[in-house]
Write a protein that binds this ligand. Sequence first.
Ligand code: FCB
Length: 459
Amino acid sequence: MDRDELILPDLQHLPAGFTWGVATSAFQIEGAADSRGESIWDVFCRRPGAIADGSNGLMACDHVNRLDSDLDLIASLGVDAYRFSIAWPRVQPDGFGAVSEQGLGFYDRLVDGLLARGLRPYATLYHWDLPQALQVRHGGWQGRDTANRFADYADLMSRRLGDRVASIATLNEPWVVAVLGHEQGIFAPGLRSRAVAMQASHHLMVGHGLAMQAIRANCKAEAGIVFNMSPIHSLTDSDADQAKARIDDGLINRWYMDAVHFGRYPQDVLEHLGADAPCVLAGDEALLSQAVDFIGVNYYTRSFSTTGDPWSAKKAGVAVTDMGWEIYPDGLTELLVRLHRDWNGPRLLVTENGAAFADQIVDGAVDDHPRVEYLATHLAAVNEAARQGVNIDGYFVWSLMDNFEWASGYRKRFGIVHVDYDTLKRTLKRSAHWYAALLQRQAEARRGAVLERRVGQTH
Ligand code: FCB
């Protein structure tokens, strides 16, 4: 632990009541696929070559069967909150019609188990595992009906869990769903059309708006949405690269932030898309721009734009994670400050931040010092944003434990807890011990501040 003591970041500008957590998603950890409906990711995993190691989510971390011990593990870290997602096909196997009491019961036990351990449940309704039956029936998010089915599902879940969860996010990373799933074809459902992707992105946002209405009608949990966002930097000073950077920023960042805040998409991006722009119906503006209580920010790295060779955008010699993503903590400050400035100070939470490294278990321990450094420097970046006046009050490490990293399969490890995929044994990595120590320090500082206030009041 000694080495890590040196990298306790300065966190003095984080607000009192800052929420500390860890995050996961259903498909990536749950397993127990025989007790749920099929999702588009189950189908995608069967496509030859789609997943780097040919794996799937049938067993994953077997979290469903290890719920209690996993909840103990989370509690042992000293976090305030746990961000998880609900597998839609587990609670409603086809995405419409019959619901599964067994599936709902699992999330009851998850939420009650968190509350019993003093942890706040942060639920995400959609982290990519669309019921396959909706892909067949409506063409998935290509079809507007899927947004209506999503609203019914949001209604079901907010009725069922709304009295006990602290927070509900409608969607996780609609850009990834739309673009990686429908334009680049590297994520489920594996389609390759820009027009389809942009239409899907609009239907996702319509689904978000309808779901917000259902959640608001049913419960008092805070509600919002989670976006993957990055600062987009121009690779060179050329006009062409700068123009490209502006459009890429429009496609990834402004598209979603403008939709939620103003109910419309940025005009320059619509013009750029031309015939690929989505069909938007009268009335959608109000739907998209339902007031949200928070914007979740998932941050991993920045990206570069160029009209030249896209590979040259990868700069030689910079430190990268095992995903090949540049380690760039300043980008998190830049992003948070910019979101605050350009969208009128929304309440922000970092709902995911973390890194994959090629961890090794040696004598039963994992010394993932690079991950400790990654987390510490990114937390310092959050503190710096808070110092500059950004309204930010939570941070969730991605991820609690190693898991199924989508198209990379089990080869990329993001956890602060190591999972041995032969035995499914969990082992806290050095980063987990470091995070726990950090949270303990924060809790002590918090108690100290309360005490000081009380002492102040009695004098
Ligand atoms: C995010 C996803 C999450 C995980 C991390 C590494 O885009 O939300 O499920 O895969 O990336």
